[in-house]
Design a protein around this ligand. Structure first.
Ligand code: XMP
Length: 527
């Protein structure tokens, strides 16, 4: 699918939010680095561009610049924060405030500056024209500011559209060029009219059409896959998670029984999970090859307690089992993966390396030595868009809104080595947490809630006897993207029920504790 609009990223922490708001308005857009060569940007034939904010200062030697070819292209442009300053600078205006290099990844202004503006601010409408024509002259708007530099001299031909106490030019426009800039962030919800301003720009100024919705995406994707794979077979690893479920369902719509889903039961799944996943897929008419590899995984894991070693073994065995099964299928041309947009964005915001905290394993990452081409139907979507597509295709709500479950499964929720007995204990405790969370209507509110089995024995008393048994920890967190997480304080009545049910119903447990650690410095899973 071709993007009508490109978002040129200059490193703002809000770039993905701009894309979200634009897509919510029905315009399909993509994010590319703001420093990309002009020819490459223009080759994508966008009908308009949005320049994001960014942490640098246009007056610094290291400032990220926009290729002059894009500036001269005549494309409608909407520039935010650093983007606005860049436009001002390029078109002959003046930007002042702070000329040192940036610290941090926010919009410019992380360093001290007397004139800087952060957080909530108000702006007054001077000219209700162009992208600002939905506003009324004299109207006062609430906006979210985050900058140190500001435009002090307008470029030739531009007018000041909005002003704030700190910035006489809080927004500017040039109707002839169809170029607009705002000093604040219209994409965040702290700027209530921001979405309206963007809407005016997208539709009235740039003349884009709101043609992107779930139905359109499904039709277009299904037709494209059917054309791409006229003959032969396609394989897909199913995990029961949202991404692989939606991806497989789309491909199934396109090629029917030529899609072979491979479901590897590693023996590390939750209570009843394997039959539920199988039933839901076969019920929907998908062809599923079910491989019960539980014993193989368990024997490979026997006696291993190091978390990274456990993860590596599970990842390796999964690939082995998957490939053995795939080899039984003839004429395989492609592998389906549920990759989402945040994993693939080529953006300056994601440049950089980070330490390996945990070796992640999931049904992705299979391709390395399979010599197959990929079909990634969700490559352009955010998770909630993928969910909307899934719902539209009739996938059960319960599957679409499932909490994430890690590829290595319960093995990383058993501290120490993994045995059948421990799996049975952690499964029983987990079911109780799931049931009580659902009964309290909290499943959608929480990112995850689950049980962790600790290798800690302590003394208790049951009836008249002494017990010396193990401990279960309750882990419940809220999060937006799993990068950070906060522990969730279940209502006391829920905690009481969970704790008394676990010690009464799960043999071998006489103590329940609550994990009250945030991420960072902890992680969500214990291993
Ligand atoms: P951590 O423990 O790193 O987890 O805070 C962040 C999120 O990722 C999930 N997780 C995984 N998901 N394969 C996955 O598909 C993995 O190997 C894996 N390890 C952790 C975890 O459940 C949480 O939602």
């Amino acid at each position: 699918m071709k993007a009508q609009l490109l978002i040129l990223d200059f490193g703002s922490q809000y770039t993905q939010l701009i894309a979200r708001v634009v897509r919510e308005l029905g315009v399909f857009c993509e994010i590319v680095p703001g420093t990309m060569a002009g020819d490459k940007i223009l080759a994508r034939e966008p009908k308009a561009v949005i320049l994001s904010g960014g942490p640098s200062s246009v007056n610094s030697a290291q400032a990220l610049r926009l290729d002059k070819k894009v500036l001269a292209s005549g494309l409608p442009m909407f520039a935010i924060c650093y983007g606005m300053q860049l436009i001002a600078d390029e078109f002959g205006g003046k930007v002042e405030g702070w000329a040192r290099d940036a610290v941090g990844d926010g919009c410019n202004g992380q360093a001290a500056s007397v004139q800087r503006e952060f957080g909530r601010a108000t702006v007054t409408v001077l000219e209700a024209k162009g992208a600002f024509s939905g506003l009324a002259k004299g109207e006062v708007l609430q906006v979210w500011m985050s900058h140190g530099d500001k435009v002090t001299v307008l470029p030739q031909g531009f007018y000041a559209a909005l002003s704030s106490e700190g910035s006489p030019v809080a927004a500017f426009g040039n109707d002839k060029k169809r170029v607009y800039g705002v000093q604040f962030h219209p994409e965040v919800h702290h700027t209530p009219k921001g979405k309206d301003i963007l809407k005016t720009f997208l539709f009235d100024i740039a003349g884009l059409s709101a043609d992107w919705d779930a139905g359109y995406f499904i039709d277009e994707t299904v037709a494209r896959i059917a054309k791409q794979v006229p003959t032969g077979n396609v394989i897909c690893g199913l995990s029961g998670g949202v991404d692989s479920t939606v991806a497989a369902t789309l491909v199934h719509k396109a090629i029917g029984q030529r899609l072979h889903c491979i479901f590897v039961d590693n023996g590390l799944l939750r209570h009843n999970e394997a039959p539920e996943v199988l039933d839901s897929f076969t019920g929907a008419g998908l062809l599923v090859h079910h491989v019960d590899a539980s014993e193989r995984f368990l024997s490979e894991l026997a006696g291993v307690s190091d978390p990274e070693k456990k993860r590596k073994i599970i990842g390796r065995v999964f690939i082995e089992v998957f490939q053995e099964e795939a080899r039984k299928i003839t004429d395989v041309k492609y592998l389906v993966q549920g990759t989402l947009y945040p994993d693939v964005i080529e953006s300056v915001s994601v440049v950089g390396s980070s330490a390996t905290i945990k070796s992640h394993h999931n049904v992705g990452g299979l391709i390395e030595n399979m010599e197959l081409d990929l079909i990634e139907p969700l490559r352009e979507l955010f998770k909630d868009e993928a969910r909307a597509i899934g719902l539209k295709m009739g996938i059960a709500e319960r599957l679409i809104h499932r909490q994430p479950f890690p590829g290595p499964g319960l093995a990383i929720r058993i501290i120490g080595d993994v045995t059948k007995e421990k799996l049975s204990v952690v499964r029983k405790a987990d079911v109780i947490i799931q049931e009580e969370m659902r009964a309290a209507n909290l499943e959608r509110k929480l990112w995850q809630a689950f049980a962790v089995l600790l290798p800690v024995q302590s003394v208790g008393v049951m009836g008249d006897g002494r017990t010396y048994e193990r401990t279960v920890a309750i882990r419940a967190v809220t999060s937006r993207d799993a990068m950070t997480a906060d522990w969730y304080y279940f209502p006391e009545s829920v905690l009481r029920r969970i704790s008394s049910r676990i010690v009464n119903e799960v043999d071998g447990i006489n103590r329940v504790v609550l994990d009250i650690s945030t991420k960072p410095p902890s992680t969500i899973e214990w291993e």
